[in-house]
Design a protein around this ligand. Structure first.
Ligand code: SF4
Ligand code: ZN
Length: 737
């Protein structure tokens, strides 16, 4: 590493440590050393410091201790210290920088300065990234929808270049964080966030563009977000700093893009990123820093041509992204999925109770359809479309293939939602005969027509279901009478499907499916998916597993022959045990599908809900991701989640998919839904209908009313009182422990 850069980085670290120290002293004088601080919605204190040292910073006095560690890292003889350099000489100042930055931002929160409000535009930056968002994004990071992330620091030379770089990253599904400032080509201090705002680019999690703040220091939010992946999904223990840094280097595909001139703080922050295995690509003429030791790629590289900088970053970080998109006149990819189309921006809409509409996937024989053909049916449909406003719409997707099965229709149909939403300026909601589609005025201007809806369907159905679909043909109906009559046929098909799904039980099949997708983050975790128990993220059920296996026999979903039933009450099968021993790398020897008390399913980290035992109440409680209040287990969701994830079995605690609650097999071994003594209002409301049905089947039709929620109590003492007063059945059941 060049001496000049090393000294710039070290200078930067000293500056940051000094700033942190001054801010901290001031805060201690004003608020006292015992003043308690936590970032919003996290169980990991100051996450970077906690991951590296296992030291939980809870008060200002703790911050002083942590800052002391940062200073120690700057000591000239690092061998004497806990902080041996991990990757090279810069670790010390790099990691010290991250510690100091984390403390500075914590203090900014205390001073009411975070999240940053942009002085120029009034825009409110994201600030700290919560655990909830971390878990929400978990699956996208593992299933390839989001192959990596970029932290852009500084400003592009002009707005158009900023837009071009960001659009290119979006089209490659890269999550983009923005921070810092730099001079643009006219010499004005600005940043990419402002440049995008001026171009009316929609910012936020939904569009994969997340402005963190206006300083270089704000990059730490991306750093302490990615280090939490190692804690949450990797199951790495706090304090195992080598483990964490190896994890981020090997599994979190990130890079920094530094636009504009560098200063000392940028160099020292870059040194911090290098610790985590993240290279930096600059658009200025910086010295290239080559790999040393265990690193196999350039630490710092440059690309002065902005049309090549994204490609260069990918090469340096070793990211391979192949994106398949339909031939349509607008951009396409998951980053455009979250766009909303407001009424003012809308050109035309279909369905949504405003006009008759439906969407339907239908199996045909190979010789009955023509591959990639799109047919739009209706008198003068072109003129009608040109007028805009509202229009009836029926979408029929006919598929044929030697490996196609009727069971896969619903799976292909469910993708319609994503297929349409991923197109920029197209929006979709609902499903079947309750769908609702909008096309924006901008998309219309770009040349989107009804035929493109069909083109999207044929291309994406081919792409996503390669090995089960040989031919796809799309028909779009636009005349009300056609829409109504074909919709009747579709409704018959929906009914048949539901009937078949309802009759699928764990006993009725001889094969379950595993899901190993999360192993890229949680190496010992396996979801066992049976007809009556979906994956804990809520995104994969048995039918999905079956289809995915047909599509890719060597992929993340593998068949598990059930074998012999060893215990019907607890749901233990020889086939599952045998499979798990291998697939979990020996971490799990035996599994019971229907209990939390003995060898329950492991959790990766992306569970929709957590079940926890409440021994005093002889029952269990359920809380969903995103609920930030206290629970009767004495822990918030974020804390509970910290003790459940990482691929281990934790009797008494388990992560589950929301819909498992209304399955007949839900905690079957522990007494079923009658064990539920507390669950959030949100869960109660979202499951209402199904739950009442199940409760009636269990002979407790009024069960829902007896279950407490956060409006009744948030602690176990009041909970027990409430249960006794209302006569909850769990009190009469056999003891759980
Ligand atoms: Fe991960 Fe399980 Fe969901 Fe698969 S089903 S993505 S393993 S949580
Ligand atoms: Zn997971």
């Amino acid at each position: 590493m060049s001496k000049i850069i090393a000294s710039a980085a070290i200078r930067g670290t000293h500056k940051l440590v000094k700033t942190a120290e001054e801010m901290l002293e001031k805060a201690i004088t004003e608020k006292g050393k015992d003043y308690v601080f936590e970032f919003p919605d996290t169980a990991f204190y100051l996450p970077m410091i906690y991951a590296m040292t296992a030291f939980p910073v809870k008060t200002l006095a703790d911050m002083k201790v942590a800052l002391g560690m940062a200073k120690e890292m700057l000591h000239p003889e690092p061998e004497e210290h806990l902080w041996k350099p991990y990757l090279g000489e810069t670790l010390d100042c790099g990691m010290a920088t991250l510690f100091a930055e984390e403390i500075i931002l914590a203090l900014r929160y205390i001073n009411g300065l975070e999240p940053t409000v942009d002085a120029e535009t009034g825009y409110v930056y994201n600030g700290f990234i919560t655990d909830t968002i971390q878990r929400n994004l978990g699956i996208q990071l593992v299933d390839g929808r989001m192959p990596g992330f970029a932290v852009i620091i500084g400003a592009a030379p002009d707005e158009d270049t900023a837009v071009k770089i960001v659009r290119e990253l979006q089209e490659k599904n890269i999550l983009i964080f923005l921070c810092g400032q730099a001079r643009d080509k006219n010499g004005n201090m600005t940043n990419v966030t402002r440049q995008l705002l001026r171009k009316n680019i929609e910012l936020g999690w939904d569009t994969y563009i997340v402005p963190l703040g206006t300083d270089t220091e704000h990059a730490i939010y991306a750093g302490n977000w990615s280090i939490r992946a190692s804690l949450i999904f990797g199951g790495k223990k706090p304090g195992d700093y080598k483990g964490h840094l190896k994890y981020t280097k090997d599994r979190v595909f990130a890079f920094a893009m530094v636009l504009g001139e560098l200063d000392d703080i940028k160099w020292s922050t870059g040194a911090g990123a290098i610790n985590m295995g993240y290279p930096a690509i600059c658009d200025t003429d910086v010295p290239v820093i080559h790999p040393t030791g265990v690193c196999t790629y350039e630490h710092v590289d440059k690309e002065l041509d902005h049309s090549k900088i994204v490609q260069k970053a990918f090469e340096v970080r070793g990211l391979k992204v192949t994106v398949e998109k339909p031939p349509i006149p607008v951009a396409y990819g998951p980053a455009f999925e979250g766009e909303r189309i407001r009424k003012e921006d809308m050109f035309i809409e279909f369905g949504g109770q405003r006009t008759p509409s439906f969407e339907w996937v239908r199996t045909k024989e190979l010789d009955e359809i023509e591959d990639n053909k799109v047919i739009v049916i209706g008198a003068d449909w072109k003129e009608k479309y040109e007028k805009g406003g509202q229009m009836p719409l029926g979408i029929v997707i006919d598929v044929a293939g030697r490996k196609m099965q009727k069971d896969f229709e619903s799976i292909i149909e469910r993708r319609i939602h994503h297929n349409i939403n991923e197109a920029q300026g197209l929006w979709h909601m609902g499903q079947r005969d309750l769908n609702w589609i909008r096309i924006s005025s901008n998309a219309k201007k770009e040349g989107v027509t009804l035929e493109h809806l069909g083109v999207i369907m044929t291309t994406m159905t081919h792409n996503r279901f390669k090995s089960i679909v040989d031919k796809v043909q799309a028909t779009i109906y636009t005349d009300e009478k056609d829409v109504l009559s074909v919709r009747e046929e579709a409704r018959k098909a929906y009914k048949e499907r539901d009937h078949r799904l309802g009759s699928l039980t764990d006993e009725a099949v001889d094969t379950f499916y595993s899901c190993l997708l999360c192993q890229s983050f949680a190496p010992s975790h396996v979801c066992v998916i049976s007809p009556e128990r979906l994956g804990l993220c809520g995104a994969y059920n048995w039918m999905d597993g079956k289809a995915a296996y047909e599509i890719d026999p060597t992929g993340g979903n593998q068949p598990i022959p059930k074998g012999t039933l060893l215990d019907a009450r607890y749901g233990r099968y020889t086939g599952i045990d045998e499979y798990l021993k291998k697939a979990s790398g020996g971490a799990v020897e035996s599994l019971n599908l229907y209990t939390i008390m003995e060898n329950p399913m492991t959790s990766c980290g992306c569970f929709e809900c957590i079940i926890a035992i409440i021994p005093e109440a002889n029952g269990i409680m359920i809380v969903q991701r995103g609920h930030t209040g206290m629970t009767p287990a004495g822990m918030k969701f974020s804390t509970l989640a910290g003790s459940v994830g990482g691929g281990t079995q934790n009797p008494g605690f388990m992560g589950i998919g929301r819909n498992f609650i209304v399955s007949k097999k839900f905690l079957h071994g522990d007494g079923g839904i009658k064990r539920i003594v507390w669950m959030t209002k949100n869960l109660k409301e979202s499951l209402k209908e199904e739950f009442s049905k199940r409760a009636a089947e269990e002979g407790a039709p009024d069960l829902m009313d007896k279950i407490a929620d956060e409006t009744i109590c948030e602690d176990s003492e009041k909970l027990v009182e409430h249960l006794a007063a209302i006569g909850h059945p769990a009190l009469e059941m056999e003891p759980m422990l």
